[in-house]
Design a protein around this ligand. Sequence first.
Ligand SMILES: [Zn+2]
Length: 388
Amino acid sequence: MRYLFFKIQLLLFALCALAACSDDKDEPAVQAPFLEITPSGVEEITSEGGKLTLTVKSNTDWEVTSDKFWCKVTAGEELTGDQVLDLEVEENLSQDDRQATLTFTYADEAGTTRTVEVTVLQKGEVFVEGGAYKIPVVFHVLYANRNIPTQYVKEGHLQTVLDEVNRVYRECGVDLKLELVMATVDPEGNPMEEPGVDRVPWAYIPIDCEKFMTSSDSEYLDLIWDPDYYMNIMLYQFSDSSIAGIAQFPFLLAPDNLEGCEVWSGGALSQENLNRPQCISINSAYVYDMVPLTPETPDGTDACIAVTIAHELGHYLGLRHVFSESYMGCRDTDYCNDTPTYNRSSYEQVVYSYLGTADFKNHLEELTERECCTDGSVFVWGTERNVY
Ligand SMILES: [Zn+2]
């Protein structure tokens, strides 16, 4: 009896073992589809941007999308199972914080789409007194005929022009802590197909630049992208070919004040309140004139596009001409003590005595010398010498 019982026990054990064994072999345990991200939730990154790494742990196929162009995710070709993802976050040039959402999707066992989100928070630039500035620029290229290269400026050329403007500023002898960069995003938040260039078909070219800059017509005002976020450079052929560029001066927001600039106290400094195109206008007839006329480069031009833009942006940022602008005697009207005002009329007499003559370029050295107003001494100008 005991023996039989033992045998039955043994048989049961063997059957159980067999059952367990066959269970493991033929019907493995299926884990439900899942997807986990590390780190999960909210990721923070500084205004400089940079790279973040996310680790995906999953047992199924999945997809990932970013809702903001400035937060790019680099994933392998096959999105399945465990992976390490690189996130690249562009620099945030504005003072506003911004947010992007990464959405991971996969199907659960019922085939229903499941989502896991990761939020990327990027800080805005923090204002630092005396800090460096990086300003996004947009060139608004007005054209009536896209086959004319001075109207429909060649792709890539304006980046070269802006590089030259930065060089002019870099080599001016003072660290301006200023860098101009092509805007990468339009006012709606979309990435720009051609960074820094907004091409606008226009019914009539050339345009009267003075009328343009003083107009309150919406056809002109609507061209301007928010001046709080962009430096607007209008590029079109001027009716008056003798003018290379023209600029607006800035407003200072009360209670801030800068001698020589108007103070704005009319509420928000919005485009509607401004009622004038807050920008500079540049004559596109000279857009390919790249070499400035200097004693070192006597074959250059006095309408060098980069020098013109550097000059006009100086006005846009609040700089006035060094020479007396009053034309009523020799007054220091630039509100800067570091640059002596010069005798504009005597300087012009020298310029005009050579201008148009065959040996104009032989006198370039002489043209860099200007007579000071205060004591009649002569001083020599640097990069500003050919802008008059
Ligand atoms: Zn000027």
